[in-house]
Write a protein that binds this ligand. Sequence first.
Ligand SMILES: Cc1cc2nc3c(=O)[nH]c(=O)nc-3n(C[C@H](O)[C@H](O)[C@H](O)COP(=O)(O)OP(=O)(O)OC[C@H]3O[C@@H](n4cnc5c(N)ncnc54)[C@H](O)[C@@H]3O)c2cc1C
Length: 319
Amino acid sequence: MSRGIYDTIIVGGSAAGLSAALYAARQGLKVLVVTKDIGGQLLLAPQIENYPGIKVVAGLELVQSIKEQAEEFGAEFVYDEAIAISQINNTFRVSTKVSGDYEALTVILAFGKTPKSLDVPGEDKFVGKGVSYCAICDAPLFRGKKVAVVGWGDHAFRAVKLLRAYDNKVYIIHKSEAKLTDEELIKDSKEMNIIYIPNTTVLEIKGDTKVRAIRLKNVKTNEEDELEVDGVFVEMGYTTKTDWVRDFVQLNENGEIITDKLGMTSRPGVFAAGDVTDMLYKQTVIAAAQGAIAALSAYNYIQQLMGRPTKKSDWGKLI
Ligand SMILES: Cc1cc2nc3c(=O)[nH]c(=O)nc-3n(C[C@H](O)[C@H](O)[C@H](O)COP(=O)(O)OP(=O)(O)OC[C@H]3O[C@@H](n4cnc5c(N)ncnc54)[C@H](O)[C@@H]3O)c2cc1C
């Protein structure tokens, strides 16, 4: 991977980001994808039945094949978290948590939605060492262990069932006193394979080189307790985490990046695509299409920057 100036930096490696990478690289742009992972929310979708042209596909399989396509056209990848963005004249700088800064003439923000976090001491420290936000990805690493699932609803229950399938003893931690209604979970809880702990929040995740326990608080009695576990699955759904671009591009009241129909944000040269945008419909094919649009718009922006002005009516002919 080179550290020169890229034509475009794409933040996010799922449907939107990878499709943008494919389109931008195929246009001959020098492309860098900065992403925490490949797949994002699609890692949680084992069966997609509404992606045109493919009857059924696993989310992971779909994104991997778009990634391969993008790589074949020369897109480069760095696995890291983007934490800041700035502009100096015609160049944008994307700063990352670990590997430093990268520069480009355009940026495509395609970082979708991020799992909600507990925001308690120990959570960040033990990510990948017992703390997980993706049961589908990590359940196989926890065979025969004691694990806590924090969350409620279909999303969390899917995680619980999956973890049970790997012979784990599963604690469900939930802050309200809602009753379990799912037959499968009720049966497992009678057999003590699942233990439901209602009215409870997590105060801290404790461990040494890996997770060993969680500190809990009963929200009704204020009593605190410690529970020995090997893993904590935070399954509280997804949120748009756009704080780091808040002062850079305009957001709507939901914290989503506002774009026009060409994927342009409020800042010329910065484009956005997929679930992170104010697009109402959050679907894979829509995110992928928005990624393609943003990439073509970035290409045309660069043409203009390089003194090869194009009329908007000519844009289709360039492709
Ligand atoms: C359980 C589930 C099932 C679904 N089933 C379907 C379905 O059947 N059909 C369908 O059409 N859609 C489905 N969806 C919706 C679909 O997954 C999303 O619409 C799609 O994944 C959006 O893609 P995206 O590229 O916008 O973002 P995401 O998939 O959210 O990916 C965001 C990417 O950005 C990265 N990222 C985030 N923040 C940063 C950062 N700061 N720095 C670097 N990288 C970052 C992430 O690691 C990830 O790679 C499902 C979603 C879920 C959760």
